[in-house]
Design a protein around this ligand. Structure first.
Ligand code: AQP
Length: 336
């Protein structure tokens, strides 16, 4: 049976939060047995914004441990660190040479993040989508599970692959496979706890804006208690005037595994004072087994290292085969 191949990753720009979990990792876990999976910690991407070198390596292992704690199983999923497979950087250079600059300048994420960095904005940030294209194309992935915010980058990946095939291969024998996005219908955009109109993000300077997967129960209670709400009584989904309300109800619905109509009926007459403790409890209970497993993994680092070593070997094998085809097609002289 052909199992579609998927590739995805998270940047170790900080600790994973409920947005990463509900928008990405939870779906990877749910589909892992039906697919052939490659999940990496994209540490090279994390270097495209200002970062602390002392924290990067530590965050990289933390994210890998959280992948396992959330339920990724090495029996079904290849788990590895992006920078440990040099083909990612090598293919990026080759693809850089065929990617028009204006394709990259159009990217919304670049425009948004560049604004924050002002004059110091690095070439790496502009080149982020080409590195992402290399990540995906190296594995000839069929599907790429991403949040809505990454859809534009995936379209660019397809454009780059198409351009490469047009320039260096033939329509009958393309070298790079065009991937399809796999966008979840639920949890695609979890919003900040301090502003219901911007997404929950690792790099938000305020830790109060997100629930990290490793937050202890008392901190979760504190964050939910202080999170932004509105003065309207009665809680409801889908009111554009109440983005915070919609976001908090969605979190409650997803983490309690109830359907939307049930939650809407349950909360319609509630005030925030009644709802917030319920939400905090659901989050704490959902994260409890993940946190227990995470603590076990951090106490058994040999196992984590072994998973990452084996993942690297498998990833390297496949990535190297694609890289060799691309190098040959682009005229790189073979090793003598
Ligand atoms: N708030 C979110 N809601 C739903 N999905 C989200 N994802 C991230 N934030 C949310 C999804 O998580 C995956 C990994 O994301 P990433 O770390 O590679 O980059 P990101 O999207 O830029 O995530 P952050 O947390 O916002 O990181 P920073 O602050 O460093 O930029 C992706 O599939 C993403 O869609």
């Amino acid at each position: 049976m052909h199992r579609p191949r998927v590739l995805s990753g998270v940047q170790p720009t900080g600790h994973l939060h409920l947005g990463n979990y509900l928008g990405a990792i939870r779906h990877w876990v749910a589909g892992q047995q039906e697919r052939e999976n490659f999940f990496c910690v994209v540490d090279l991407h994390a270097m495209t914004v200002p970062y602390n070198p002392a924290e990067l390596a530590q965050n990289t292992y933390t994210v890998a441990a959280l992948y396992l704690a959330c339920g990724l199983d090495p029996q079904y999923s290849v788990i590895f660190i992006q920078s440990h497979v040099p083909a990612h950087s090598q293919l990026t250079w080759l693809l850089n040479c065929i990617t028009p600059l204006n394709w990259l300048e159009r990217m919304i994420q670049f425009k948004e993040k560049a604004l924050k960095q002002g004059e110091d904005v690095g070439v790496g940030l502009l080149d982020y989508p080409v590195l992402m294209a290399a990540d995906i194309l190296l594995y000839q992935a069929d599907l790429v599970p991403v949040g809505e915010d990454q859809k534009q980058h995936l379209e660019l990946t397809r454009d780059i692959a198409q351009r490469f095939n047009y320039l260096f291969a033939s329509p009958e024998n393309p070298i790079l496979k065009l991937p399809q996005p796999l966008i979840p219908t639920t949890g695609a955009r979890v919003m900040s706890l301090t502003d219901g109109t911007s997404k929950m993000s690792k790099s938000d300077p305020s830790d109060m804006s997100r629930i990290n997967l490793t937050d202890p129960p008392d901190l979760i209670q504190k964050k939910i208690k202080r999170c932004k709400t509105d003065p309207i009584r009665g809680l409801e989904f889908d009111n554009p005037q109440r983005p915070e309300c919609h976001n908090l109800l969605t979190l409650y619905q997803l983490l309690s595994d109830k359907d939307k109509a049930t939650v809407a009926a349950e909360v319609q007459d509630m005030g925030w004072g009644e709802f917030k403790p319920l939400l905090a409890e659901v989050i704490i209970e959902h994260l409890r087994p993940i946190q227990t497993k995470y603590a076990e993994l951090m106490n058994a680092q040999d196992y984590l290292r072994q998973v990452l070593r084996e993942g690297r070997e498998r990833a390297h094998q496949i990535a190297q085969a694609t890289l060799a085809q691309v190098q040959k097609a682009m005229g790189i002289a073979p090793l003598l």
